[in-house]
Design a protein around this ligand. Structure first.
Ligand SMILES: Cc1ncc(COP(=O)(O)O)c(C=O)c1O
Length: 493
């Protein structure tokens, strides 16, 4: 066919494409959704990387493959992927499946737009504002600003960048030349994204002052005062304090009111990393854990963790109403943000971000919220707490299980002590030997594919399990299974 004739027909066969999609949706529904959440099925089908590479036949070739083969590839991809929606996946701070949120994700993927202008994302520009406003209300702010970011790490970075710009507006133009040596404060239990952010923004990890925490992992405000003085003595200029609501490992909530007082006294930006614990604000019963959050200058909150919206859904919320976010990040590209558009260009919100194209992250949360209401979200948060409480009580009844501490949130941290180590705590090598138990059990569970749970050493503490339940699909049977399985996999160690 001549080159010009090729243009008379589309380059895709629409009918065949739709038929493929129909079948692919069938595969997704059957393999990823139904089997992926079936407790009779494995959480993972472990393969060594070399074997998996071979099984998947990943190489990309000159010729395309017939549709049945492509569909088989879809099945294989799902088969060998870890089922994070499975009721026995307790490995991450995100897990589980919400059917409405998933529909939202599918619509987002299908419409494939960018969140930057009203022109190409009218629905989502309006929707994002409504969702952010709702989250801000839960924080306790009647007004403010914000943006959905690609993850909590980035939301924390935004906080640092906006705080710096607020104090030193010249730095946007003059860069680091406009700045003294700046100091950031956070607890030693903070998420590592604070260090990454400091490195990325040119603040430097040496200028992140790690404030001491108590035995429950909460920042000690008096230590914060000391670190601020220390930084000043060292010639640095304190500007930013990040506290954590729901620390990654222990699930601790920093004392917000006391830290807010310190920030106020010293004129420091008060950021709350509530990426993990922010959703607790939905619970009347538990929201006291975040008392004082309304005094923050900014908040990072990841609904993709506790609310099971699916990755990614992370809100960066700002109390400031002066357009700071826009001033800090805007570049005013005239090919996107033309000032002479026929509609109100205040709705072209995309220049508040450091991105150009930005994925729609509000729809999955909005659709879920519409489907279950604020009451439904609250029930999920309360249910997650109830799951953890149930496990705590069970652990106390079972021989060989030892809590690292009573959880205040849903991070259940515990050791499993196999029979060979019970009563041997006085032995010099006890903790070294106990530290080998969790990795050994984890290897066995991955190879069995029966469940997944994380472990880590922490400070001076030897490896312990950190179990998290956020999935609304998890039942008491799954929780009992979890403890039984640890016992089964670890009793001969
Ligand atoms: C307290 C806290 N902050 C920030 C993050 C980073 O979030 P993300 O993984 O979305 O970048 C995490 C992740 O687990 C976290 O636990």
């Amino acid at each position: 066919m001549a080159e010009a004739d090729l243009l008379d027909v589309p380059a895709l066969d629409k009918a065949a494409g739709e038929e493929f999609l129909q079948e692919a949706f069938g595969v997704i529904l059957e393999e990823a959704v139904r089997r992926g959440t079936d407790v009779a099925e494995k959480v993972c089908d472990w393969k060594e990387p070399e074997d998996l590479r071979h099984l998947l036949d990943l190489e990309l070739r000159g010729h395309g493959e017939p549709q049945p083969q492509v569909l088989q590839r879809c099945r294989d991809i799902i088969r060998y992927s870890v089922k994070t929606c499975h009721p026995r996946f307790f490995n991450q701070l995100f897990s589980g499946l919400d059917y409405h949120a998933l529909a939202g994700r599918m619509i987002t993927e299908t419409l494939n737009t960018s969140q930057y202008t009203y022109e190409i994302a009218p629905v989502f520009v309006l929707m994002e504002e409504v969702v952010l406003q709702k989250l801000r209300e839960l924080v306790g702010w009647g007004s403010g600003d914000g943006i959905f970011c690609p993850g909590g790490s980035i939301s924390n970075m935004y906080a640092m960048n906006v705080a710096r710009y607020h104090r030193f507006p010249d730095c946007k133009r003059r860069g680091l030349w406009a700045l003294p040596r700046l100091a950031v404060f956070t607890s030693k239990e903070c998420h590592y994204s604070i260090q990454k952010g400091a490195a990325f923004l040119g603040i430097g990890t040496d200028n992140v002052y790690l404030v001491g925490a108590d035995e429950r992992g909460k920042m000690i405000p008096a230590e914060l005062e000391k670190q601020i003085s220390q930084a000043q003595v060292e010639g640095a200029v304190p500007f930013f304090v990040s506290v954590t609501c729901g620390t990654t490992v222990l699930g601790a909530f920093d004392p917000l009111v006391a830290v807010a007082d310190v920030c106020e006294r010293h004129g420091l930006w008060f950021h709350v990393d509530a990426a993990w614990g922010g959703s607790v604000l939905l619970s009347q019963k538990h929201r006291h854990l975040l008392a004082g959050i309304e005094r923050a200058n900014s908040v990072a909150w990841n609904p993709h963790k506790m609310l099971t919206t699916g990755l990614q859904c992370s809100a960066f919320l700002l109390r400031n109403t002066s357009g700071l976010l826009h001033r800090c990040h805007s570049a005013g590209a005239t090919y996107l943000f033309q000032p002479d558009k026929f509609y109100n260009v205040a709705w072209d919100t995309g220049d508040k971000t450091v991105q150009c194209g930005r994925k729609v992250d509000c729809l999955k949360l909005w659709l879920l919220w519409k489907a279950v209401g604020t009451e439904g979200l609250e029930k999920r948060v309360d249910r997650a707490f109830a799951c953890t409480r149930y496990l705590v009580e069970e652990i106390k009844k079972r021989e060989g299980f030892q809590l690292v501490m009573e959880p205040e949130f849903i991070n259940l941290c515990f050791w499993f002590v196999p029979p060979s180590l019970r009563g041997k705590q006085a032995q010099a090598d006890y903790w070294e030997r106990l530290g080998k138990v969790a990795p050994a059990i984890k290897e066995r569970m991955m190879k069995a594919g029966s469940m997944l749970v994380g472990y880590q050493p922490h400070g001076s503490k030897a490896n312990f399990f950190r179990q998290i339940v956020t999935s609304p699909l998890v039942t008491r049977q799954d929780l009992d299974f979890f403890l039984d399985e640890i016992e089964r996999l670890g009793r001969d160690l």
